[in-house]
Design a protein around this ligand. Structure first.
Ligand code: AGP
Length: 612
């Protein structure tokens, strides 16, 4: 996610902004910039790369004198990392400057309208459209202009805004992206997150959605979107800096698990839009016409680790919703097995980091054979994102914990969108089916929130298995795919041996490993397979297993044969992996926690495997 810091008061603003941005570096970024009012005009400086570059070109802020300014570290979503895409963005006259964290979902139609009015855009970002809209509505009343603009905007935003003819003020607004306001005896501050201003104040105001703040050197005011003043009480932060980076969560992994609802909204909403009451999917970056989508005869999904597991889910979803044959491959295998890629094949490579060596090699191998490659990537501007013929970004923001959670969930959401797009274009999905899928997709974030609320219950259960030697995950069909991911989560952070098995496969060998008290996690979310999986549960129970079932609320029959059941809210059968993974992530997290493992940085593992 991007980082925002602003200051207005008695001190020089630039050094405070640079210091605050440095405390937000953990959020990940690719460029940075500042805008400071120097007494006559707004000066803006931007630099691609590390914050150090901006610090050097501004001599630690000295070359940007002034006591009122805003700064930004950019995590690219729309528009690759570059100087011109870095924030702050300004109107053409340079009299309005703003920084933004979030996604303006309707920026394309807004940008088109502003261009028709003669506005010229210099960046590829969604943010720049806000600078020109503010210019369009500005009649020397910043609050009026801001509220008019925000009434037209869809999506998420945290904003810091300067107006050259209001030099003693910083304006701030937020919706769905966090923003806090701080105050001390020298002035006032805004920041995306607590760590940025902890050094300057522990007195903060948490802005609510669609509130606007006006910061002056010695005063603060808050307004609603109707420009009515809002009274707010300050809060006192008692976190230390380390806790603040994790927003109060004990680990980045837990924080990122809780960001999954937001991640799915950010990945899905800009692409699943209402066109006059009819929902439609627009994946601008696909770079494929409907004809080209119809011409795809086979899909090869290639990835590593959890991204591979997302690909296994993708096989069931794409074959189910679009009736396209799908083959899924581990990138490290694919790149050396001289794959048979027929005419009309599409290769999809999935990667959170966009730098995984095996996946990048698989991409290059496919392109060398003249096959189109689509990337599903989280890091904008990464090698895989740049070398793929097209890239569908998962807007999960930077993922710090080695064990992926929110990026994996965003990969699933991206695959759902792709399958729905293919299914619609190829006439496989009826309008009714498409609407049902769209409605289910929109419900996932709240359902995930609900499941995350079960963390205490899962923690109590997990604490019974801290000493386990083996834990098995079983499932049939798409439930096998999620068993793979649940097993990997457990292995990689708790170091307990675990295996995932297609439930029907147990009798062909593995069942010999089941002993008294062995924990078997059985996932069963496909109604047509409920009975089959119950039979498998009975099989392992007969050998002494303890069974934790993860199943749909309707599947009460499983209770009779299982020792512990986690129920999932109802969703479309192709989307159940997005829900089933939540209790499995929580289980892995609490087992690892109970075993005293380093949850965010497990032994022997790296966040991105950039070597073979
Ligand atoms: C998952 O929790 C692991 N961190 C690992 O399996 C990871 O998914 C794999 O290395 C692929 O990484 P990528 O998505 O960045 O390509």
């Amino acid at each position: 996610m991007c980082g925002i810091v602003g200051y207005i008061g008695k001190e020089q603003a630039a050094p405070i902004i640079l210091d605050g941005l440095a405390r937000l570096e953990y959020r990940g970024y690719d460029s940075a910039g500042m805008a400071v009012y120097d007494g006559e005009k707004i000066c803006t400086r931007k630099a691609i790369g590390r914050l150090k570059v901006l610090e050097n070109i501004t001599r630690g802020g000295e070359s940007m004198p002034g006591t009122c300014g805003i700064g930004h570290t950019r995590w690219a979503t729309h528009g690759a990392p570059s100087q011109r895409n870095a924030h702050p963005h300004t109107n053409e006259a340079g009299t309005i400057a703003l920084v933004h964290n979030g996604i303006i979902e309707n920026y394309i139609p807004l940008k088109k309208k502003m261009e028709e009015k003669g506005y010229r855009f210099v960046s590829e970002t969604d943010t720049e459209v806000l600078a020109h809209l503010l210019d369009y509505y500005y009649r020397q009343d910043p609050l009026e202009a801001i509220t008019k603009v925000l009434h037209r905007v869809e999506g998420s935003y945290a904003l810091g805004i300067l107006f050259a003819d209001h030099p003693g003020e910083i304006y701030a607004a937020r919706k769905d992206s966090p923003l806090i306001v701080g105050q001390n005896d020298t002035g006032c501050l805004i920041a995306s997150d607590v760590p940025a201003i902890l050094k300057y104040t522990r007195t903060v105001y948490y802005m609510e959605n669609q509130e606007v703040a006006v910061l002056r050197g010695d005063s603060l005011s808050f307004y609603s979107m109707d420009e009515e003043e809002v009274a707010k009480e300050p809060a006192t932060i008692d976190w230390d800096a380390d806790a603040a980076e994790k927003a109060g969560y004990e680990h980045f992994m837990l924080k990122e698990m809780y960001e999954q609802p937001r991640t799915i909204v950010d990945t899905v909403s800009p692409r699943l839009r209402d066109n006059g009451g009819e929902k439609d999917i627009t994946i601008e970056e696909l770079n494929m016409t409907d004809e080209e989508l119809k011409a795809v005869r086979k899909i090869h999904i290639v990835a590593c680790g959890s991204a591979y597991h997302a690909g296994v889910t993708g096989k069931y979803v794409l074959e189910g919703l679009a009736r396209i044959p799908v083959e899924v491959d581990l990138a490290s295998e694919y790149r050396y097995r001289n794959p048979l890629l027929e005419e009309g094949s599409l290769v999809i490579v999935i990667s959170q980091s966009g730098e995984t060596a095996d996946t990048l090699a698989a991409l290059r191998e496919s392109k060398a054979r003249g096959i189109r490659v689509l990337g599903i990537v989280n890091v904008v501007g990464s090698s895989i994102a740049r070398e793929a013929d097209a890239c569908l970004y998962t807007w999960a923001g930077p993922e710090i914990a080695v064990a992926t959670t929110k990026a994996y969930s965003a990969q699933l959401a991206a695959l759902y969108l792709l399958a729905m797009k293919f299914g619609r274009v190829r006439g496989v999905l009826t309008d009714t089916e498409f609407r049902s899928l769209s409605d289910s997709l929109k419900c996932l974030p709240d359902q995930i929130e609900l499941l995350l609320g079960q963390k205490q219950k899962i923690q109590r259960f997990a604490n019974r298995y801290l000493g386990a030697r083996d834990i098995f995950f079983i499932g049939r069909g798409i439930d096998y795919a999620i068993s793979l991911e649940g097993s990997l989560k457990l292995k990689e952070i708790s170091y307990i041996h675990s295996e995932a098995y297609a439930a029907g496969e147990l009798k062909h060998g593995t069942i010999s490993l089941i002993e008294d008290g062995t924990l078997v996690v059985a996932v069963s979310t496909q109604p047509e397979l409920y009975q089959k999986t119950i039979s498998n549960i009975v099989e392992v129970k007969a050998r002494g297993a303890f069974v934790m079932a993860v199943t749909n609320e309707e599947n009460k029959a499983v209770e009779k044969v299982s020792d512990y059941v986690v129920y999932l809210p109802g969703t479309h059968p192709r989307f159940t992996n997005s829900l089933a993974i939540i209790p499995l992530q929580l289980f892995a997290y609490y087992v690892a926690l109970g075993r005293g493992c380093d949850v965010d940085k497990p032994r022997n593992l790296a966040k991105s495997v950039t070597v073979e």
